[in-house]
Design a protein around this ligand. Structure first.
Ligand SMILES: Cc1ncc(COP(=O)(O)O)c(C=O)c1O
Length: 440
């Protein structure tokens, strides 16, 4: 079968150039704040010139029309790209035409996902990777040299810590861990002459601390050559856009809220044009190129980001309030509760408090397991950010190989539960928790 491409309207990447300009541009707006996230869309449209996050999630970074007049971004499934003649090769290498050359260096479906994420983060550019960890490891390897020093806030994703402690240390990159709210210690740690990076998470996993990104960016600005990298996976760009608060780089495990359906792995780094160009170049050498099928699923997931995260935020807050009032619950960690140590920071920086709730059940390891086993709606599984509610006891799942003493040293209590609130009816979830708590 011969497939005709109308070359007047569709370029070699399958994108109709007449419509590329109609991509919805990044917002570049100031922090929305909780109150503005709750504003009615019509009211918001009158006040703000830039498109809001709902519009960016659906239309951001994508042309209105693709090859064959398709509305959905196509999956371009090819390992290599054809050149018409030698002159076209020269045009490509000398930058006169923008096109793909080989699948490890670029793919139009992956590019569309990157542009969509840039629109949401408000960044110049984004580089997509096959997982969140691949994004972190590639960025650190591309950015750092032997003798450099990284400051990382504690209570960060344990595999990131492990990578710094093992691989980066082996290559001569030093690191220090500092408490996320100890600004004095952070300021002191970044003053080492070879500090190149302050790496933090907002919110942290699993204790949901919300670092003051703005304060940290001011601390970095007082030093020469120290970049602030925020892993904002738990917030997603719906709830927090760290670049608007002075961060240089933002990282997402797109496996979580951006993908949103527990059906893909991906990771992204967003930042300024030059650094992203260098990172894209490294990706081509490392070979950490995502597959176009995963990129397609990611684009599809992002389209509903705003509606999903708004609902995650609402349900998680009502569940956190319920759990906090329950006599069999010792403590709840949720930034939306007044009792949370970072509630004021979260109110100032975030558009919502997120879909993750961590809590301590009154009792020990076994009682807590009995509670989890008694729940019927949440699925016992690691990960977060999808439509299904997931529940885990970190002492038995993510931190299983540590001793109780090692776990205690990093704040992982035996009776800690981590909940990723999904899109089920929160009334059903609360009833399920009530039944499971009554049984212990
Ligand atoms: C905060 C955070 N960053 C990064 C990652 C790694 O992402 P991935 O599982 O997509 O490699 C995770 C995974 O749970 C995470 O929680």
């Amino acid at each position: 079968m011969t497939i005709a491409i109308d070359s007047r309207h569709v370029d070699s990447s399958g994108v109709d150039p007449r419509h590329v300009d109609s991509c919805i541009a990044p917002a570049g707006t100031a922090a929305a704040g909780i109150a503005s996230a709750e504003r009615a869309p019509a009211e918001r449209a009158c006040r703000d010139a830039a498109p809001g996050v709902d519009t960016l999630a659906v239309r951001g970074g994508e042309p209105a029309r693709h090859g064959y007049a398709a509305v959905a971004t196509p999956i371009v499934c090819t390992a290599t790209y054809a050149f018409a003649d030698s002159a076209e090769i020269a045009d490509h290498f000398e930058g006169r035409v923008e096109r793909e050359e080989y699948g490890r260096y670029g793919n139009p479906t992956v590019r569309a996902a990157e542009q969509k994420i840039s629109a949401l983060e408000g960044s110049d550019d984004t580089v997509l990777f096959p997982s969140g960890m691949s994004a972190i490891t590639s960025l650190l390897l591309a950015l750092l040299k032997p003798g450099d020093h990284v400051v990382m806030t504690s209570d960060c994703y344990r595999r990131t810590r492990q990578f710094l402690r093992t691989t980066m240390q082996k290559f001569g990159v030093e690191h220090s861990f500092v408490a996320p709210d100890d600004h004095g210690a952070i300021e002191q740690a970044v003053q080492r002459p070879r500090t190149r990076l302050l790496l933090t998470e907002a919110p942290t996993n699993p204790l949901l601390r919300v670092v003051d990104v703005q304060r940290l960016s001011e601390i970095c600005a007082r030093q020469r050559g120290v970049r602030l990298l925020v892993d904002s996976t738990l917030a997603s760009p719906f709830n927090l856009r760290p670049l608007e608060h002075g961060a240089h780089l933002v990282l997402e495990s797109c496996t979580k809220y951006l993908g949103g359906h527990n059906d893909l792995l991906a990771g992204s780094v967003s930042g300024d044009r030059d650094l992203m160009a260098a990172l894209r170049e490294s990706r081509g050498v490392f070979g950490a190129m995502p597959d176009p099928h995963g990129a397609y699923l990611l684009i599809r997931g992002i389209k509903t980001l705003a509606v999903r995260v708004r609902r995650h935020n609402e349900s998680a807050l009502s569940i956190a309030r319920y759990l906090e009032s329950h006599p069999k619950i010792e403590r709840v960690f949720y930034p939306g509760l007044e009792s949370h140590p970072d509630h004021a920071v979260a109110r100032r920086l975030c558009s919502g408090f997120g879909g993750m709730v961590s809590f301590l059940v009154r009792g020990g390891l076994a009682t807590t397991s009995r509670f989890i086993d008694g729940c019927t709606i949440p699925i016992i599984a690691p990960s977060m950010g999808g439509v299904e509610t997931l529940i885990e006891q970190p002492a038995l799942m993510s931190f299983y190989e540590l001793t109780p003493e090692q776990r205690q040293a990093i704040g992982i209590a035996e009776n800690l539960v981590r909940l990723s609130v999904g899109l089920e009816d929160p009334v059903d979830l609360i009833a399920d928790f009530g039944r499971a708590l009554a049984q212990i």
